[in-house]
Design a binder for this molecule. Sequence first.
Ligand code: BT5
Length: 272
Amino acid sequence: MPSAQHLPLSVAALRRTRQAARFGGVMHYFDSIDSTNTAARRLALDGATEGTVVIAETQTKGRGRLGRAWVSPPFRNLYLSIIVRPPIATADAPQLVLVAGLAVAETVREWTARAAIKWPNDVLVDGRKVAGILTEMDDDDDRVRFVIIGIGVNLNSVATDFPPELRDKAVGLCTAVGAPIDRVAFTDHLLSRLEERYELFVHQGFAAVGPLWEGLSCLTGKPVEVDDGYRRYAGVAVGIAGDGSLRLRDATGSEIRVVVGDVTVVGGYDGA
Ligand code: BT5
């Protein structure tokens, strides 16, 4: 099991492994910061190049979607943001959250095959959230100027690191694997995957990513409810559409497409 003593990330070792790479070739490392997404946004506005990474040991204002908080205990996990400047239309930018989700899920699966993606931005292990993704965009005349892809992965957090209300919803990869996770190795593999999947998306479009994403989705075939902040939809998840929206089949047999929202699986995940 993970050691009780959590040490700082060996950032020199990580920099050595990434020095020739596009993603992570430039890396900013902080002991503590408000939010790596906020820091990356500041750097992007100052002209930082694509692939610039911000990593922090802890965040005082780690963010999820819709102003929600991301629990960020120090020296255990990964809190990372990366700047990308994709040559795409603003309307296609939400697909990047799925591209990143695929890369995170594929990386987690190098440690355990029990990982799956939950639309739109969660990676689960055994039905519990091991990682979340938050993308934030800056655009100009319908073209994307930059997107900050923020990724939080619970690597060496144990149940007591989470507030009580999260203990049955969140999990550390170490708990699933039964051993401490090497944060340098995980981050290196994640950045390589992310670079690979991002290149695929930029050069071949979401059509090339969608089938890979579908292969790791835990929702397909499940009865779900989706809350988009305005209304709730109910149906069976049948996959994602070409633009990355979630396809549901409702009780009347009609198809509904949901662009944003929080999904609940009716009856849970059968332990999967
Ligand atoms: C997300 O939002 O899942 C996106 C999380 C992105 C975090 C990264 S860390 C690096 C970068 N910098 C930032 O400031 N953010 C990004 P959402 O789908 O809204 O889920 C948020 C919800 O997940 C919370 O309301 C909690 O219920 C739950 N949660 C919070 N912290 C968690 C954790 N460490 N592990 C699992 N679940 C958590």
